[in-house]
Design a protein around this ligand. Sequence first.
Ligand SMILES: *[C@@H]1O[C@H](CO)[C@@H](O)[C@H](O)[C@H]1NC(C)=O
Length: 246
Amino acid sequence: MDALVNFTNQSQGRDRIFRASQYACALSIYLLRNNTERKDLVAKLKGLETNMSAGRKLLRLGNTANSIEAAKRTMQLSDRVLCLCLTAANVNRALYFICDNVLWAKSVGLIRSIDKERWSFNASRFYFYSLVMNLTRDVYVVLKLMVQRARDKHFREKMDQSLNQCPEVAVVIIPQVDAFVFLLLETLKSHPAVALDTVKNICDLFIPFDRLGIYKSNAGVVGFCGLISSLIGILTLAKPTLRIKP
Ligand SMILES: *[C@@H]1O[C@H](CO)[C@@H](O)[C@H](O)[C@H]1NC(C)=O
């Protein structure tokens, strides 16, 4: 079990590079869709995208075990909200990978008698739940940091100063909203790991949104958001200080 978990941790980097390429292909296909001279290139990109997606499914075979291990760890967190959000996120992620593995088995012909559409829909649903729990965690962490900041005396002085510098704005906009936005931006600026994780999760949301029919965007938006989130994923893997903890 440990060896399996270790291996999939290493293959995470590879998966993220494949994921970035997959969404870069999707975005390019969207941008080139009306260009008649580039039909060949679009066909090649489509083939590449399909292969990337299939290759990633194979690399993800051990991820269910990995998510269950992660859920066991997050269950021990002392902060109740973090414990609940992250455990729920990891359990849903494990369920997502189970659906994903079944779909892989179907695609290579290991099993036949499953309803591909239904499994694919369920995969997107579990992925969506996992993201929502991750985003709830982000909101909770941001609010907690904001409260900490607001209590900080030095910070209060700095905030008063900068809000007084632009009296017109302060009169027009309700001062509380102004102060809230200022506090939010300052908090995100001083905690880049939290900011990056939030942006990544918001970008990721567009993928299941589209598949579940909650919000129909277009292939360009999905490709773009997927690419941004994959690049953030690569960045946080390369620079662990930019990775949100726990
Ligand atoms: C939710 O967050 C965990 C921990 O940061 C991460 O491993 C997981 O991939 C995230 N889930 C999704 C669907 O991105």
